[in-house]
Design a protein around this ligand. Sequence first.
Ligand code: PHE
Length: 358
Amino acid sequence: MSDLDQLQRDLLAAIGSADLAGLEDIRVSALGKSGSVTGLLKTLGGMSPEERQTTGPRIHALREAVTEALTGRKAGLEREALDARLAGETLDMTLPVDVPAAGTVHPVSQVMDELAEIFADLGFAVATGPEIEDDWHNFTALNIPESHPARAMHDTFYLPDQPDGERKMLLRTHTSPVQIRTMVDQQPPIRIIAPGRTYRSDSDATHTPMFHQVEGLVIDKGITLGHLKWTLETFLKAYFERDDIVLRLRPSYFPFTEPSAEVDVGYTIQNGKRAIGGSDHWMEVLGSGMVHPKVIAACGLDPDEWQGFAFGCGIDRLAMLKYGMDDLRAFFDGDIRWLKHYGFAALDVPTLSGGVGA
Ligand code: PHE
């Protein structure tokens, strides 16, 4: 075996068993300025043309083999190191963490779950709609045309004009546009509630720019005000978990219902605190009425065939009344101490049999 072959074998063997630092030493000792292979390349200049023709290619091949072996081994070692590191750094996501979960279920979420439970028992489905609405769904279809004063009363947040200038977009000011979306999408009979976020440019102890409402809608044949009153009474009795709930329907006005009624719930003062039930004092809890024939027609249904009732109720207000908070703004402060005090454990799922108040 020639010296060249021997040198190649020795070098490749050394490379094969070297670690990353060792590889660098070998590279310098073979291919560095005074390395063994570099030394051989330097001898080419002093060779006769014939000798150079035979030996030259062999030396070049040797240099190439060594370079290739060095790069290959280096890449292999680096990959192995990376694999080892990744394996060492895996986290077992199924292991319990040692910090106990700090959050609780927000009273608004809890009340929404309670509402869904109560109304599901009465045969109502839960419907949803977008918070960014167009003004047709939020106003026009609800019998609030452009010039209507109710538009001004809603303190609407409008979005900047659309490039196509077509639909004016806004943050929905109530959950009533879900009435429209449901009637447009579904054939009656319809029984839905629609809980969700609503927005008005208003802020004090009892108003926040973002608040929550629940809408109720029933569309069927032969629906009367009596159905509305029974439904609201049944709902409020289940919600407050008391049988002595007294309701008072006051004539009122909403463009999308006719006749319209505002609903007050009676309460008494016990030990200086408000207690729902009885009829010493009254508090307004929701707006309601028979769906206006124009609204039914705007959704493509025949108002002579279909009638219905609708109601809208502030969820934050409902939560405050049941769980005894007195400042609405605290609902949205994100203060963990408030949430710990008023919040609900994740497993407190409201059921009618267990008491919706959990
Ligand atoms: N959308 C009304 C409001 O926000 C409430 C309402 C809903 C009244 C449905 C009647 C019927 O004030």
